[in-house]
Design a protein around this ligand. Structure first.
Ligand SMILES: [Zn+2]
Length: 222
């Protein structure tokens, strides 16, 4: 689905992935295990691009619904994998998945049932690094190294699982999926101070306009 001419969303792979088109193509998140075909088909059929045109894969956080197809996609694209420094060890498998019990169990079960292999990130991101025009903003709470990506030119923010939109209002992750409530609140405050028109998240719908207004409304409720 086209969000803007240079941003496409691939849904139905729980969680949403995004293709950012510039001089090169950047993929944000990779869906559940087995999503690679859907992502590559979209790339080939809708964007007339080749797998190797994806030069970077940015991971917003390590959960299986964001890293599930990373191994396969890295293999076919040969892209560099970029992730925030506090999230790298979870993505590489050096640390077991963080978060609630059933996420950890789910992760293990999926690794057992599918070819869910871990990947060592190539690029370790820090606050304020810029990836293809998108500034890295550390927004912990859902996980320790969760990031948002903010582009001040088109005022688009990609928030991973830190926020979501149900078509009416903005919310945080379900309470049982918040590892650190205080950190999450600070992260929402940080995002609410940015000038955002469009908000794109891992789950739920895109906010096509006036995103800041809805984000601020949500922050007031925390
Ligand atoms: Zn998550």
């Amino acid at each position: 689905m086209e969000i803007l001419s240079n941003i496409h969303m691939i849904d139905g792979i729980n969680a949403n992935s995004y293709l950012l088109l510039g001089d090169k193509i950047t993929l944000v998140d990779t869906g559940m295990p087995g999503s690679q075909e859907k992502i590559l088909n979209y790339l080939q059929n809708m964007l007339k691009s080749k797998p190797e045109d994806i030069k970077t894969i940015v991971i917003t956080h390590h959960h299986i619904d964001h890293t599930g197809s990373l191994y396969e996609l890295k293999k076919v694209t040969n892209a560099d994998v970029a992730a925030f420094k506090d999230e790298v060890d979870y993505i590489s498998g050096k640390k077991p998945a963080s978060g609630p019990f059933y996420m950890r169990i789910g992760s293990r079960l999926m690794s057992f049932l599918t070819s869910y292999n871990k990947v060592e990130p190539d690029i370790i991101l820090k606050e304020d690094d810029v990836v293809e025009g998108y500034r890295v903003i550390h927004t912990p709470g859902h996980t320790p190294g969760s990031i948002s990506l903010y582009n001040p030119d088109n005022r688009v923010i990609i928030v991973g699982d830190t926020l979501r939109f149900n078509g009416e209002k903005v919310n945080g992750p379900p309470s049982m999926l918040i590892e650190d409530h205080e950190a999450l609140k600070k992260s929402v405050e940080k995002i609410s101070k940015l000038d955002c028109e469009v908000m794109l998240s891992g789950h739920g719908k895109p906010i096509p306009e006036n995103a800041s207004e809805l984000i601020k409304e949500y922050y007031k409720t925390l």
